[in-house]
Design a protein around this ligand. Structure first.
Ligand code: GLV
Ligand code: GLV
Length: 310
C-alpha cells in the first residue's frame, strides 16, 4: 500500500477472506486494476463486467484462480509473484517431509495427552529421510529449491518435468524419469507443478496404487492436483505410508474431510509462502506489477505476454 499510495487511487477489502463477489463485481466495474489473492476467483464473467480493467495482479505465484485465457482475449494483463516465495515454500515442503516421516504431530499429541511413560526402543518409530529417494514432480524454481535441500539430506533425487534440467542433474545428481518410474521408486513424492488442465487429478487411484507401501505424498502445490478421495483410501487402507498436505480441494478444508481423521496425514492451512520476508516480497511485487501495467510499461512478472501491447 505504501507503493500504491500517491500513484493510484485504491480501495482495500479489509475483511478476512475473499472479496464478496457482488462487491468485487461492483467495484471492478470502475477499476483499472485489481490486486487479488488466490482466494479471489477472477473468471470470464467478472472480466466481462470490468470494461476498464488493464491488469489483474495476483498476490501468489500460482494463478489458477484467474482465467488467463479470458484475460488475454480481453487484453487484460495478468501478473504473479515468483522467486520471493521459492525458499519459504520449499521449506514447508521439507517440513512436511520430515514431519510425516518422523510422525511429529502424532508425537506432539502423544506427549501432551500424558501417554509418554518412558523412553522406549520402539516408541513412535518413523521413516528415514536421509538417503531416501525423493521424487519431485515439477522441477521449476520451487522443485529445484526442494532438490537442493534434499541434497543436504543425502537423498537420491528423481524428477518429472516437461523439459530436462541439466544443471540440476549435474550439481545435485537428480535423474529425470517418467511419472510411472518416479512413483514406483520414491520414498517421498513431492508435488511442485502448477494446477492446469494437464495436472488436475494427476495423482489418482492408479498413481497412488503404484507407490511404495511406506512412501509419503507431499503436496504444497494445489489441492486438485491430487484426487483427495483416492488419497484418503490410500492413506487409510495402507496403499502408502501417509501424506503431508498444505493444500486441499476446498480451502479452508471442511472439518468433516475424512483425511483429517488420519494420524498418518499431516496438514497445514496453506502456509507455503507464510513467512514475513516472503509475504513482504509478494506484496512489493504485486504492487510493482500493477503499477507498471497501469503506467503502460511491461510488468516484470507478466503471465500473459500476448496481452501486452506497446
Ligand atoms: C501460493 O499458493 C502461491 O501460489 O503463491
Ligand atoms: C538418544 O538420545 C541416544 O543417546 O541415543
Amino acid at each position: 500500500m505504501r507503493l500504491l499510495a500517491g500513484r493510484v487511487e485504491y480501495e482495500v477489502w479489509e475483511k478476512i477472506g475473499p472479496v464478496n463477489r457482488d462487491i468485487l463485481l461492483q467495484k471492478g466495474a470502475d477499476a483499472d486494476g485489481l490486486l487479488v489473492t488466490l482466494s479471489d476467483r477472477i473468471d470470464d464473467e467478472l472480466l466481462s463486467l470490468c470494461p476498464n480493467l488493464k491488469v489483474v495482479g495476483n498476490y501468489a505465484v500460482g494463478y489458477d484462480n484467474i482465467d488467463v485465457e479470458a484475460a488475454t482475449r480481453r487484453g487484460v494483463l495478468v501478473t504473479n509473484t515468483p522467486d520471493v516465495l521459492t525458499n519459504a515454500t520449499a521449506d514447508i515442503a521439507f517440513l512436511l517431509i520430515l514431519a510425516s516421516a518422523r510422525r511429529m504431530v502424532e508425537a506432539n499429541e502423544f506427549l501432551r495427552s500424558g501417554d509418554w511413560v518412558t523412553w522406549h526402543p520402539n516408541l513412535l518409530l518413523g521413516a528415514d529421510v536421509s538417503e531416501a529417494v525423493l521424487g519431485i514432480v515439477g522441477m521449476g524454481k520451487i522443485g529445484q529449491a526442494v532438490a537442493r535441500r534434499a541434497k543436504g539430506f543425502d537423498m537420491e533425487i528423481l524428477y518429472v518435468n516437461r523439459s530436462p534440467k541439466p544443471e540440476i542433474e549435474r550439481i545435485l545428481g537428480a535423474k529425470r524419469v517418467s511419472l510411472e518410474e518416479l512413483l514406483v521408486k520414491s520414498d517421498f513424492v513431492s508435488l511442485h507443478c502448477p494446477l492446469s488442465d494437464e495436472t488436475r487429478g494427476l495423482i489418482g487411484v492408479k498413481e497412488l496404487r503404484s507407490m511404495k507401501k511406506a512412501a509419503f505424498l507431499i503436496n504444497t502445490s494445489r489441492g486438485p492436483v491430487v484426487d483427495q478421495k483416492a488419497l484418503f483410501k490410500a492413506c487409510s487402507e495402507g496403499w502408502i505410508g501417509g501424506a503431508g498436505l498444505d493444500v486441499f480441494d476446498n480451502e479452508p478444508v471442511p472439518l468433516d474431510e475424512p483425511l483429517l481423521t488420519l494420524k498418518n496425514v499431516t496438514t497445514l492451512p496453506h502456509l507455503g509462502s507464510a513467512t514475513i520476508k516472503a509475504r513482504e516480497g509478494m506484496a512489493r511485487k504485486a504492487a510493482e506489477n500493477v503499477l507498471a501495467a497501469l503506467e503502460g510499461s511491461r510488468p516484470e512478472n507478466l503471465v500473459n505476454p500476448e496481452a501486452f501491447k506497446k
